[in-house]
Design a protein around this ligand. Structure first.
Ligand code: ZN
Length: 119
């Protein structure tokens, strides 16, 4: 990968998002580079344009990377929608998606703790 042939394909919400996308691309053999992001943890409160992690890929991978990112984000949103709220199977209390264990009885949420697909 040379600096002259890389393009920004995605602007991430945060480093978790950036790492997620990089992983998605790596699984399909696309080498992606995260630019920015890490500055946030080192320096602190830089303007957003300096700290927003961006994904860069080779020009030749750009089109496919775009498609893969779109697919991954769609799937991520679908999963997020699925786990908006969940009812505890033990005590019946309703938990928001923030909780991975029941706030009331500490039982693990079965949907969220079950392993995601390995494809
Ligand atoms: Zn419970």
């Amino acid at each position: 990968m040379t600096d002259t042939s890389v393009l920004e394909v995605y602007s991430a919400d945060d480093m978790i998002d950036a790492e997620f996308i990089r992983h998605v691309l790596a699984e399909r053999g696309i080498q992606a580079k995260i630019v920015g992001g890490y500055l946030q943890t080192i320096i602190g409160n830089l303007p957003a344009m300096w700290t927003t992690p961006r994904i860069w890929v080779c020009e030749e991978d750009f089109a496919l990377a775009k498609i893969l990112i779109d697919e991954a984000k769609t799937e991520q949103r679908r999963r997020a929608a699925l786990r908006k709220e969940w009812a505890c199977s033990d005590c019946g209390e309703t938990n928001t998606a923030d909780f991975e264990i029941c706030w009331s009885c500490q039982k693990e949420d079965e949907i969220q703790s079950s392993p995601h697909s390995k494809q």
